[in-house]
Design a protein around this ligand. Structure first.
Ligand SMILES: *Cc1c(COP(=O)(O)O)cnc(C)c1O
Length: 447
């Protein structure tokens, strides 16, 4: 078996020990001036980036398998996005859309209507962050239905604001010590085929969750049910076939809105424009952010026109939401997704990852390799058991960093490595990264 050092450095270029001296010096200032509450996963300070590589302040070049948490799908510093941003900022930096509107905001809403699931009139509101989009989706659902309860999924992540913390079901680090939380939020089990008792029977898993909703809340009180179509922070959990469809049909039957949180899975990441498309689910409302802006902050709630119009003017929005510079970036990013067919590219990335990593399933530390398109993950366990193996994942990521890979973990138990490369990554770059990662996983698993 080849070791890490046998993999030639082509896309990667390592010129110092990792982290290098300049990164180490910045780390000291970081710890002096930046809140410890801000996560610090890899002490490598970025200087510049291009496509799917990031160069640090010491001149080391890394292959990016994180894309800034699924944001730079079109590549980091994509020339088309850079040009659009430079042009927009010089022409119209900011007006506030409600004060003096501009065309680019409308164009982004047109693109959202075009690409999100569902063949009916749709409208959008543009915001800044993912959490803000989720908060607004809940406000809109409550206003439209006149009901207050919101059903969320176990293992869900929806953000760090007060309402979205209540909707996130992982206590540490997201909720620890931050209560009291917003009321009227009820979690029910999500389908987790590897670990739940229903396995691949998504319909049975959904029926159990529906029974819990009826017992716990009663459908007449439920404004909305919100689910990630493929859970992100929760561990890249792909629900069993039939789970989401059954939930959404139940919602429809009882005038409960079905909201799909596609903040991480949207915009070509999973091999379709939206992950909901894989499951034949048509949400009433959909939240997007991350990849939408090609790296600039922008988010949206998009949904059926009559639902989006149920809110009184001024009830949703904000000072910066849909800022002209972010809108220009989003339009450039969406054009790249269309022109380069990045959905097909994501599908291809998924097949390359699977072909390369499938031999790992013979390791007794690897429970499962799963995902959709360019959203793939490996779940690790203690040998001979199903017990989550977080220490192993931490060790793998630390070694991967030293070997020139930027990567992220996830999972309700912190025992999952997730791969979220920019969708423009070349096969050569991807295979170099996978060869390195494979060698590390085999080596660290044998320790
Ligand atoms: C990242 C994420 C959010 C929160 O987005 P922020 O921009 O960090 O507020 C919400 N939902 C999902 C599914 C996410 O992945």
């Amino acid at each position: 078996m080849p070791t890490v050092t046998d993999v030639p450095q082509k896309a990667r270029k390592l010129v110092t020990a990792i982290p290098g001296p300049k990164s180490q010096a910045l780390s000291e200032r970081h710890h002096q001036y930046v809140s410890a509450g801000v996560g610090a996963y890899m002490p490598i300070f970025a200087e510049s980036a291009s496509g799917s590589t990031i160069t640090d302040v010491d001149g080391n070049r890394f292959i990016d398998l994180a894309a800034g948490i699924a944001v730079t799908g079109v590549g980091n510093a994509a020339p088309e996005v850079v040009k659009a941003v430079q042009h927009a900022v010089a022409k119209l930096t900011h007006t506030n859309f409600a004060t003096t509107p501009y065309e680019s905001y409308i164009k982004v809403c047109e693109k959202l209507a075009e690409h999100t699931p569902g063949d009916f009139p749709k409208k959008s509101v543009l915001l800044n962050s993912g959490a803000e989009a989720v908060e607004n989706a809940v406000k809109i659902a409550r206003k439209y239905t006149g009901r207050s309860a919101v059903i969320v999924m176990e293992n869900a992540f929806h953000g760090r604001t007060n309402l979205t913390m209540a909707m996130t079901t992982k206590a540490s680090p997201y909720k620890q010590g931050f209560g009291a939380f917003a009321p009227d939020i009820y979690p029910v089990p999500y389908s987790y085929p590897l670990r739940d008792t229903f396995g691949e029977d998504g319909v049975a898993a959904a029926k159990a969750s529906i029974e819990k909703i009826e017992l716990l809340v009663g459908h007449d009180n439920v404004a909305a049910i919100i689910a990630e179509p493929l859970q992100g922070e929760g561990g890249f959990i792909v629900p069993a076939e039939g789970f989401l469809k059954t939930l959404s049909e139940w919602a429809h039957e009882h005038d409960v809105l079905y909201i799909s949180d596609e903040i991480q899975s949207g915009f070509c990441r999973t091999g379709e424009w939206f992950a909901s498309d894989h499951f034949g689910v048509i949400p009433d409302l959909i939240t997007t952010a991350k990849a939408l802006g090609g790296g600039m902050p922008i988010s949206a709630v998009t949904g059926r026109a009559e639902i989006m119009d149920s809110v009184q003017p001024g009830g949703i929005g904000g000072t910066y939401g849909g800022n002209p510079v972010s809108c220009a970036a989003a339009l450039a990013a969406v054009s790249l997704m269309e022109d380069k067919d990045l959905s097909a590219r994501a599908e291809h990335i998924g097949s390359v990852v699977n072909a390369s990593l499938k031999t790992l399933t013979s390791l007794d530390t690897v429970a499962q390799i799963r995902g959709l398109g360019a959203m793939q993950a490996i779940e690790f366990v203690k040998p001979g058991s199903m017990e989550p193996n977080k220490p192993l994942v931490s060790a793998i990521v630390a070694e991967a960093m030293k070997a020139g890979l930027i990567m992220l973990t996830c999972g309700i138990y912190g025992n999952v490595i997730r791969l979220l490369p920019p969708l423009v990554i070349s096969d050569e770059e991807l295979n170099e990264a996978l060869d390195v990662l494979k060698a590390i996983i085999i080596e660290v698993s044998a320790r």
